[in-house]
Design a protein around this ligand. Structure first.
Ligand code: ZN
Length: 168
């Protein structure tokens, strides 16, 4: 069977910042199960993300990463349109919005988006904390709770759990 195109979107590139990241995901059926093939490439800076993993639809997943080094801050993150983002240490919780698209960025870029977007939620003291976190002054835990299971964090330290039941 030919791979089936399930996502074809253009994202803002996490490296050069232009809206030229062509993200295509395919599902490929094999005798042992379905695979998800990702092929994302930036037309401008040629940033490339390729991945193959088992494809399970609607499998909720929780990703968590303890961000403590500059390398962690530079890890590539894909937050799907369905994922709730939580950072307990910074008092941040961002629910998926209806108009929200998936975002691909770095951990640092994610914090930047939070500062830019949360506005009223961002009390002055909280924003300072987030800036400190962006500058690597404090470590924090980035948690993505994704009912669609498609979000990812490109960092070997990322813990991934599939809760049997939604959080109660
Ligand atoms: Zn680029």
């Amino acid at each position: 069977m030919e791979p089936q195109l399930i996502m074809d979107e253009v994202f803002k590139c996490p490296i050069c910042g232009r809206n030229t990241l062509n993200a295509k995901d395919y599902v490929y059926e094999t005798p042992t199960g379905k695979l998800l093939l990702s092929n994302w490439e930036c037309n401008e800076c040629h940033f490339l993300y390729r991945d193959v993993k088992p494809y399970e639809t609607n499998e909720p997943m929780e990703l968590s990463l303890l961000v403590s080094t500059d390398e962690d801050l530079s890890s590539i993150v894909y937050r799907s349109a369905f994922a709730t983002l939580t950072i307990p240490e910074l008092g941040v919780e961002v629910q998926p919005g209806s108009a929200y698209q998936g975002t691909v960025t770095t951990v640092r870029g994610l914090l930047e988006i939070i500062i830019d977007n949360v506005g009223s939620l961002c009390k002055k003291k909280n924003c300072e904390k987030i800036r400190d976190a962006m500058n690597g002054k404090i470590s924090f835990t980035l948690i993505l709770n994704d009912p669609s299971g498609t979000s990812f964090i490109k960092n070997d330290k990322t813990k991934s759990t599939r809760p049997l039941y939604p959080s109660q």
